[in-house]
Design a protein around this ligand. Structure first.
Ligand code: MN
Length: 514
């Protein structure tokens, strides 16, 4: 058997830290189930001390997942580690991931600690975490810019203290492949107890090199990669899971290792993450972009028809592009509906929720001939959100066209009270947003508005993403409907609902004690 490369997914932790990508507890559990179906080895479910909601979400994931390990992040502080241990109690296999920065600039400017004090804190944190579980991972934040000698001392000490995984993050995306690979090789050669831990990497994409750096590290013996679906993550994102997995699989001759990933579930996981976060996947994105396997040029098509290997290094079905073409329609019954949801990994919690979802499905089937898995995902997302939202759309009417001034009338329920408003705008979407603001008066600034067709055909549902900003806080909202003006209003309200919930989370990269 080839060497195992462990896949550590941090979509729910680092991915969620990208501005606007915050998810509800229910959404996190849904993504965790998709990750488990993909057979990722470790799911980093969150940073439990960040807020009561983050704690709850890590706990809910720990309860729901049986096949993957569930991991919680903790700064090198006892209170963080204890909170993570508490959230992970229900996990069949739990991991505590503790970290502290080791680069001169982070130690001096952020932590205001001497290197010796950092070393001591790292060791103490690992020892403390080991009291709760044998599976402890240590990360040297900003390792990519750390002094190699100091990094060796820290890693040796934390392995001796019981860390079973040592992670080398390129926190700021500064590394380049040859140098980063050699750094991993150097650590593995120089650290005397290196054989007692798995070496891991966590690369950011600021220079577009996250995947390349991760793969270079694999060639030098890293056996865990930290990554996210669609490369979601802070700033330019993390290394994309799908790209790493397919590179290792397609070029076994180069990497000589393999992952457990069940690749035909990749596209479904990608769709789910983009629907939930509102971060659309660009069409030319490797593996999961809509054009990733499309051959348009006649000469390529000719080659592919004669023998697909002339232009294809991977098969579309191997990553799930054809697996989800199962279609439901107007005449599909409740059992077929339920069975299809189960097949794509959606478990509704009770019969009442199933009935509500089935009603939505019937409404959609009246407007749309064929219902695809992507439609089902959108439909279930919407149902789950409606249950927790404080502002709900009751009715929307818009008018537009040549020679008329576009206008919209909206009826909303906000914390149980009815409101109505009417507004004019540059177009029906603008008018609808103005009408909603006529009621809510949020003062938020619209940063992004995007429409995507979920599936093909003119009767497809439009999926709208809206990004709002208020006092430095950014939220994304999404909404889907066959009527894109209605989808837009739903997306705007979804974003507003997020904005109306106060945010008191602690960011993991804030200094200690904050
Ligand atoms: Mn990160």
């Amino acid at each position: 058997m080839a060497d195992q490369l462990l896949v550590f997914d941090t979509t729910l932790r680092d991915g969620e830290q990208s501005p606007g990508a915050s998810m509800t507890c229910e959404e996190k559990v849904r993504i965790a189930r998709a990750l488990e179906r993909l057979r990722v080895d470790v799911i980093e479910a969150g940073f439990p001390i960040a807020s009561p909601d983050d704690f709850k979400a890590v706990k809910a994931v720990a309860e729901a997942i049986t096949d993957s390990r569930v991991c919680g992040l903790a700064r090198a502080l006892n209170k963080d580690i204890e909170r993570a241990a508490e959230a992970l109690k229900p996990a069949r296999a739990g991991r505590i991931h503790t970290f502290i920065a080791t680069s001169p600039i982070h130690m001096r400017e952020k932590l205001r600690m001497s290197p010796e004090a950092v070393l001591e804190a790292a060791v103490k944190a690992v020892r403390h975490a080991r009291q709760f579980t044998d599976d402890v991972e240590f990360s040297a934040e900003d390792a990519g810019r750390s002094d190699p000698d100091f990094l060796c001392r820290v890693m040796e000490a934390v392995i001796a203290a019981g860390a079973r995984t040592v992670n080398v993050p390129d926190t700021v995306g500064y590394s380049v492949p040859a140098q980063f690979g050699e750094l991993i090789g150097m650590l593995r050669n120089r650290i005397p107890n290196a054989d007692q831990a798995v070496f891991s990497v966590h690369c950011h994409n600021d220079l577009g090199l996250a995947v390349a750096n991760s793969l270079a590290a694999v060639q030098y013996g890293a056996r865990q990669v930290e990554c996210t679906i669609n490369g979601l993550g802070e700033r330019a994102g993390n290394a994309a899971l799908e790209e790493i997995v397919m590179a290792v699989r397609t070029r076994q001759d180069v990497f000589g290792c393999s992952t457990r990933i069940d690749t035909p579930h990749i596209v479904a996981a990608s769709r789910l993450v983009s629907t939930i976060t509102g971060f659309a996947v660009q069409p030319n994105k490797a593996i999961v972009g809509a054009n990733a396997f499309a051959h348009e040029a006649g000469i390529h098509q000719d080659g592919v028809i004669k023998n697909r290997e002339t232009y294809e290094i991977m098969r579309a079905e191997d990553v799930g592009w054809t697996a989800n073409r199962m279609v439901l329609g107007k005449h599909s019954g409740r059992n077929a509906f339920r069975a299809r949801l189960a097949e794509i990994g959606i478990a509704l919690k009770d019969d009442a929720t199933l009935n509500q979802a089935f009603e939505r499905f019937k409404d959609l089937a009246d407007k749309k001939h064929e219902i695809f898995d992507e439609d089902l995902q959108a439909l279930v997302s919407e149902g789950a959100l409606e249950a927790v939202e404080s502002v709900k759309l009751v009715a929307l009417e818009t008018a537009s066209g040549t020679g008329t001034k576009p206008h919209a009338s909206v009826r909303l329920v906000w914390n149980g009270k009815d409101y109505e408003a009417r507004a004019e705008g540059g177009g029906p979407v603008d008018a609808a947003f103005r009408a909603i603001e006529g009621v809510i008066a949020s003062g938020a600034v619209l940063q992004l508005y995007a429409v995507n067709a979920i599936t093909s055909g003119t009767d497809a549902q439009g999926e709208v993403t809206v990004r709002l900003e208020r006092r430095g806080r950014i939220v994304n909202g999404h909404g889907a409907d066959t009527d894109i003006v209605l989808a837009s209003a739903k997306a705007y309200l979804n974003a507003l609902n997020k904005l109306l919930v106060p945010d008191n989370r602690t960011h993991p990269q804030l200094p200690r004690g904050m």
